[in-house]
Design a protein around this ligand. Structure first.
Ligand code: URA
Length: 294
């Protein structure tokens, strides 16, 4: 073997070592004379490793890591799943319900220590005050709306404007009192000009709502309108598809229905009957006496 051949072979072995380091067992090359050849880890003359015959082997493409489950925001837009979002919606809430005094204590701490001074999203810049929510800490029924409007922003109480007055009538028609249920919203600060909360605002605020539900542990949740229904159900379906049938949220029965503000905007017998039908299903689930004629 000439000196040149020995140098060439040494180069081929070096090249092979480098390739093997990246997971390629054998390589082809073009030598300085333009001829194609192959190299193995051993000296060509004594090689016991298989020599490649075909084209250069490709490293196996690495399997893509599983993509996070798409999560939709209030408006059906996909947002990246967070750890909290990853909890399956029908996984029952952990732990036992707390004694009522403990719930009051923890709800108060949540409001005063976390929600009242919250600056987690831009809504704090334009709010007058936060609207935590209110009602019985051991309510069997919880209503969840979208977010405070002007009246709520001014008073610090949920559903006290025109939509709130209609909600009061709905609660009354069910044979319940406002004090016996719990009323909360997806976001605790009024979005400027009553626009819908953004995905970021919702993501920042909803841990408070989830904590409220966890503490109150209602038997039934009624979501009022599309944003609240979509958020709770992690769904992008329309209100027409979601409302009027039972869903489960972490072991709690959930009934979506139209938002009272929508009922006011579309104040006709059909809409009113539809909502009343949804509420009657809720009454039945709670074992409340249904009126003889609706
Ligand atoms: N609309 C809502 O969704 N929530 C309120 O508190 C008031 C109006």
């Amino acid at each position: 073997m000439s000196e040149t051949d020995r140098i060439l072979n040494a180069r081929k072995r070096l090249l092979l070592k480098a390739e093997q380091a990246f997971g390629v067992e054998a390589v082809t090359w073009s030598d300085t004379t333009g001829g194609a050849g192959s190299a193995s880890g051993a000296d060509d003359s004594t090689s016991s490793l298989p020599l490649p015959r075909g084209p250069r082997k490709q490293a196996k493409p690495k399997a893509e890591p599983p993509r996070p489950k798409p999560v939709v925001d209030l408006f059906g837009n996909s947002v990246t799943a967070t750890k909290a979002d990853a909890t399956p919606p029908d996984d029952p809430l952990p732990g036992e319900p707390l004694p009522v005094e403990e719930r009051v204590k923890q709800l108060t701490v949540l409001d005063q220590t976390h929600v009242t001074g919250c600056t987690k999203c831009v809504l704090h810049e334009t709010r007058t005050q936060t609207v935590f929510g209110e009602g019985a800490p051991d309510a069997r029924l919880m209503f969840i709306g979208e977010g405070p409007g002007q009246n709520e922003d001014e008073t610090g109480r949920p559903f006290v404007g025109r939509a709130g007055q209609l909600l009061d009538k709905m609660i009354d028609a069910m044979g319940l009192s406002r004090e016996s249920v719990f009323i909360a919203n997806v976001v605790k600060c009024r979005p400027p000009n009553n626009r819908q909360p953004t995905a970021d605002e919702t993501a920042a605020c909803t841990p408070y709502l989830l904590e409220q539900v966890q503490l109150v542990r209602p038997e039934v949740i009624v979501t009022l309108g599309l944003p609240a229904s979509r958020y709770m159900l992690n769904s992008s379906l329309s209100m027409g598809k979601l409302r009027g049938r039972w869903h489960t949220w972490r072991g709690i029965q959930l009934m979506p229905t139209y938002h009272p503000a929508y009922v006011l905007r579309s104040y006709n017998e059909k809409t009113r009957r539809t909502v009343w039908g949804d509420l009657q299903m809720v009454m039945e689930a709670l074992g409340l006496q249904l009126p003889s004629s609706s």
